[in-house]
Design a protein. Structure first.
Length: 177
């Protein structure tokens, strides 16, 4: 069984589609449609000669149908949960671990035109609506990025970052302030 198919099965579970109803998921769930088309584009890219044009077609179809720009060259682990998959942008070298949650209007990309530095999102990270994460930064395992945060520095594992520019507010959250 291919890794993409295993990841897609994990995606189905993360987005609460299991059993016989999972067959309807691509027709009823924008998140599952987005992930199915992305994983198809990734697999098509591996086919000699015709793969790249077919991958490009799947990517364009995904953008058209879901209003999200998920480059087929970005790497996404299994179990991506997309509660509100709208206006999400992921650049070509973005790397996302397993069991990550991404809300609407999140951008993961470069900080400068022509740069090849893209974010790495480790496992079990949650990124809330409107967050922008740019450059060659790493978001550590279990970290949380607050809504509308602008992140251009590394985020330690388990930290809570919020604000513009984003800063560690973990201690403030623990104190209730």
């Amino acid at each position: 069984m291919s890794m993409s198919f295993q990841h897609f099965k994990h995606d189905l579970r993360a987005n609460q589609w299991s059993g016989p109803k999972a067959l309807l998921a691509p027709f009823l769930s924008p998140a599952i449609l987005l992930l199915l088309l992305h994983r198809s584009a990734v697999m098509l890219r591996r086919i000699p000669l015709a793969g790249k044009p077919l991958s490009l077609l799947a990517w364009r179809l995904n953008t058209l149908l879901t209003s999200c720009h998920i480059n087929p060259r970005c790497t996404i682990g299994g179990g991506l949960f997309l509660p509100h998959p709208a206006a999400i942008v992921m650049g070509e070298r973005v790397r996302i671990g397993s069991d990550v949650t991404i809300y609407q209007s999140v951008t993961l990309g470069t900080s400068l035109p022509g740069s090849s530095a893209y974010p790495t999102i480790e496992d079990n990270v949650t990124i809330y609506a409107g967050a922008v994460i740019v450059g060659g930064v790493t978001i550590g395992q279990g970290a949380v990025i607050g809504a509308n945060a602008f992140v251009n520095t590394d985020v330690p594992a388990g930290a809570l970052f919020a604000g513009v520019p984003a800063r560690d507010v973990s201690n403030r959250a623990a104190r209730g302030t």
